[in-house]
Design a protein around this ligand. Structure first.
Ligand SMILES: [Zn+2]
Ligand SMILES: [Zn+2]
Length: 552
């Protein structure tokens, strides 16, 4: 057994925020922790979602003992509807997480075949050679857990997403005493949440948010629109409580949030007095100061209700001057620009927008620096890997770990696809496997590759030029001068002359070198090259050039 080692392979979430997925491999057993999605970055034009690349897992499907999910946030469960049908392995999570997963799977008709298992907080399961204990952590969603994983080599602790709020709104605080116990036994490896490693001090308690929301709902002159994460059930509870207190009715907007609220009520996670919630159609009949809307869109998600309202694109709900919009969430790093644009659009329509540090309408769910230190000193791991964060968050967390006394050689800042090989005494990165983005665009998964994205970027930057080449079926020669149409490239009125001379250029190319101008590949390449160079000389732009051949 001396040579036995555990492999730690992040497939997502390391050096990016989102699509968390971590593989633990010991001989013939693999467990997967989380299966999340990421919302697209701005340069991923037209992409709806990004999910992890699971080709490594597909090749080892028979070794996978299960997917263990730490909590019900999108960046931990969101890829399940896409990937679970491929992997077809059991999933283990706590009750609420399980219910949220069911909602998601049902939306994509993938629930029937799924093998979902509920594990109580504090419960233990055995998956091959791994024994996995779900210990309670406090996060911005109830029923969140971290994992204490006992392997033949030693204990691995995975923090999940966590913070150390000692007065949480729902659920229990993070179970530090259980962690301390593990620390005393000896922890081989700690994997810990780095999302907010940049923030000094401690993350404030959820309780301050309740007070701020109460204040807004009490004072707003007109309608109140509160936007938060659909899964932030404790926040929705706070909104309902405040609304009831000030005699307002609450209307939930957006399919995802409606589904989650329905499920949370049925399962008892949400306490809603009779008549507190109404159907959206009923809102119109009420005076403005009797209405609160709760909706998604706090991250500027393009299809969310709030963003639609901001863009005057929502079917049922429009911003009216005098509305108060509270954004009860901080932008996840990377989403700042789209959130800022949404705020601008709301303000432009006359809404009063409450957000950011101006009002404590949100506390995030992740540990700040002092909490990270506390976890490190309680767990006292031999090896440390910062997880969940962009590279700067990971490397900062590494430095924090060093400050608590973990030697630098025992800290590994690894990225998606790195294979970290951990033994009882040593650890090192031994390999790198494919772990790129898989793009979900509309209904298609994985059809969009980097080539498609590059095309979209090119189109958005420099436009498109379409060249119509009419060639005689009989002679194989040009019938007329080629036609050129452009979009998003140049002002065709002003640059008519240039476009015209490029028509001659195409004709010249085809006449000159054209032993067989009707050979499509040849025409295509020659036209693209010649026009590409010409346009670049003239404009310093590189439009996409699409030659079309018509045989007449
Ligand atoms: Zn989370
Ligand atoms: Zn997360």
């Amino acid at each position: 057994m001396a040579r036995a080692r555990v492999r730690i392979i992040p497939l997502g979430g390391l050096s990016e925020i989102g699509k968390n997925m971590m593989v633990l491999e010991y001989r013939d057993d693999i467990i997967v922790i989380d299966c999340g999605l990421m919302f697209p970055k701005e340069e991923m034009l037209g992409v709806d979602l990004v999910i992890p690349d699971i080709s490594y897992l597909m090749e080892r499907r028979d070794k996978i003992r299960g997917i263990v999910v730490t909590h019900g946030h999108e960046d931990h469960i969101g890829a399940l509807p896409y990937l679970l049908p491929e992997l077809d392995v059991p999933v283990y999570s706590t009750q609420l997480t399980n219910d949220l997963i069911s909602v998601k799977l049902k939306e994509r008709k993938a629930l029937a075949r799924a093998r979902l298992n509920v594990v109580p907080r504090g419960g233990k399961i055995t998956l091959g050679k791994f024994e996995v204990e779900f210990f309670p952590v406090c996060h911005s969603i109830p029923d969140a857990v971290g994992l204490i994983i006992t392997t033949p080599l030693g204990i691995i602790v995975h923090s999940g997403d966590f913070k150390l709020d000692f007065t949480p709104i729902s659920g229990e605080p993070t179970d530090l005493s259980r962690l301390a116990e593990a620390g005393k036994q000896g922890v081989l490896l700690l994997l810990s949440d780095s999302t907010y490693a940049e923030l000094p001090g401690y993350t404030p308690s959820e309780q301050v948010v309740g007070e701020a929301l109460d204040d807004i709902i009490a004072r707003a002159p007109g309608r109140v629109i509160i936007t938060t994460f659909a899964s932030l059930i404790s926040r929705i509870q706070q909104v309902i409580d405040a609304a009831v207190r000030y005699d307002r009715r609450v209307f939930v907007v957006g399919r995802n949030m409606i589904n989650i609220v329905k499920m949370a009520r049925e399962q008892g996670y949400l306490q809603v007095p009779d008549g507190a919630l109404g159907r959206l159609e009923e809102a119109k009949a009420l005076p403005h100061d009797r209405v609160v809307f709760v909706t998604t869109g706090s991250q500027g998600e393009p299809t969310s209700a709030l963003v639609r309202m901001a863009n005057r694109d929502h079917r049922q709900l429009h911003i009216i001057p005098g509305d108060t919009v509270a954004i009860s969430a901080t932008p996840i790093p990377g989403n700042e620009a789209v959130v800022a644009r949404t705020i601008d659009n709301l303000l432009r329509q006359g809404a009063n927008v409450v957000f950011g540090s101006g009002a404590p309408v949100h506390v995030h769910g992740h540990a700040s620096q002092e909490e990270l230190k506390l976890l490190l000193s309680v767990v006292k791991p031999k090896f440390f890997v910062p997880i969940h964060g962009e590279y700067r968050h990971l490397s900062l967390h590494a430095r924090i770990a060093q400050s608590t006394g973990i030697p630098q050689e025992h800290i590994f800042v690894i990225e998606d696809g790195d294979v970290l090989d951990v033994g009882a005494e040593t650890a090192r990165v031994v390999d790198r496997i494919p772990a790129s983005h898989v793009y979900v665009d509309g209904l298609s998964v994985g059809d969009i590759g980097s080539v498609v994205l590059r095309d979209r970027q090119m189109l958005s930057r420099d436009g498109i030029v379409i060249v119509v080449i009419a060639i005689s079926r009989r002679t194989g020669k040009l019938v007329t001068r080629p036609d050129i149409v452009s979009r998003g490239f140049i002002d065709t009125g002003e640059s008519n002359e240039m476009l015209d001379s490029s028509r001659d250029l195409v004709a010249g190319v085809l006449d000159r070198g054209a032993e067989q101008p009707d050979q499509w590949d040849f025409v295509n390449a020659r036209v693209r090259d010649t026009l590409g160079n010409f346009y670049f000389e003239q404009t310093k732009r590189r439009p996409m050039i699409l030659p079309f051949m018509v045989k007449v």
